[in-house]
Design a protein around this ligand. Structure first.
Ligand code: GLY
Length: 325
């Protein structure tokens, strides 16, 4: 069967996902349930986010509730140096947080960029989506909005991040060193009705220029969801992921019949193919196609993702698509 026919057959099965003849065999393996819900998150620390999202769904929450509460686990964790409270600051020593959330049913979304003083940017992003006429608020405007919505202002520079910044400044007294690290938490959730949502949250690169924004809070770049095609989230160097509209590209290729692995490989190849130096850039994606098939891919080594199918959650190592050397 041609891939496109396969996908259309899955779509024609409508909301009856559990009985869909388009459901890939891997979705029903190894679980008492048919492998629904499906939750996929970037990195090993995505496991805690998956378990939280699963609980939210079990308690009757929506897919939006699940991704919001899921990624908040990392935003609250001072040990994770790339997200929320534990996130490393910019070169001025200030933590600027980016996050976005989107819903596959309506293709609506909300985002905040360079938010300061609030530990849970994803909550503010959801408020932007639901309680403002806008898609994205940045910097001071995002802070004013968060305040107006009653979110609690808190210290966002953890002790660990303060110490790391102080060491970095000793090595770079002019504050002009290279920005580093980009382990964004992204999560896609699909429930038993076939509803999909995605969220991304990050402190961006450590020691970035003040005001720098990567792919994570940009719908279509760091995340995308469409119930009719699937959902995808990204992690890695946002400047490169954005140049190929990474998550939108993956979802659109899945809509045309590509498997998640095929779609992700194409997005990674476009990043690698842009300039020779991108062979040593890190970028990775995880995705769920609307028929339940999942996939992941990474340019470099060391990438892991967390996958939940039904009641089973595992952390999976990903083989590098391109290994320098
Ligand atoms: N992917 C996260 C960032 O570049 O900020």
């Amino acid at each position: 069967m041609r891939r496109r026919d396969f996908l259309l057959r899955g779509v024609a099965a409508g909301a009856g996902l559990l009985a869909s003849p388009g459901l890939h065999p891997q979705d029903s393996a190894g679980s008492d349930s048919p492998g629904i819900p499906i939750i996929i998150s970037t990195w090993g620390f995505g496991k805690a986010a998956n378990l939280e999202a699963l609980e939210i769904l079990a308690a009757g929450g929506s897919v939006l509730d699940a991704v919001e509460r899921g990624v908040m686990t990392a935003e609250a964790n001072p040990v994770i140096s790339t997200v929320g409270y534990g996130g490393y600051p910019n070169r001025e020593g200030e933590v600027e947080l980016d996050a976005a959330i989107c819903e596959g049913k309506t293709r609506d979304g909300g985002a905040v960029c360079a938010l300061t003083g609030f530990r849970h940017p994803v909550q503010v992003a959801r408020k932007v989506m639901e309680d403002s006429p806008h898609l994205m608020l940045v910097g001071k405007g995002a802070t004013l909005f968060a305040r107006s919505q009653g979110f609690e202002e808190q210290e966002t520079l953890s002790e660990g991040a303060r110490e790391a910044y102080s060491k970095w400044r000793q090595k770079h007294p002019e504050g002009d060193g290279k920005a580093e690290g980009h382990d964004t938490l992204g999560q896609v959730v699909m429930n038993s009705s076939g509803s999909i949502a995605a969220a991304c949250t990050t402190s961006g690169m450590a020691w970035k220029y003040a005001g720098r924004v990567g792919d994570s809070p940009i719908i279509g770049h760091g995340l995308y969801a469409d119930d009719k095609a699937g959902g995808c989230v990204a992690t890695g160097v946002g400047e490169e992921i954005s140049k190929v509209c990474g998550s939108f590209l993956v979802v659109e290729l899945m809509r045309q019949g590509a498997t998640p692995d095929e779609a992700i490989a194409e997005a990674l190849d476009r990043i690698i193919g842009r300039v020779a130096t991108n062979r040593s850039v890190q970028a990775a994606f995880v995705a769920i196609r609307r028929d339940g098939l999942t996939g992941a891919g990474s340019i470099g080594s060391g990438f892991q993702y967390a996958l939940t199918r039904g009641a089973e959650t595992e952390v999976v190592d990903v083989t590098a698509r391109f290994q320098e050397g």
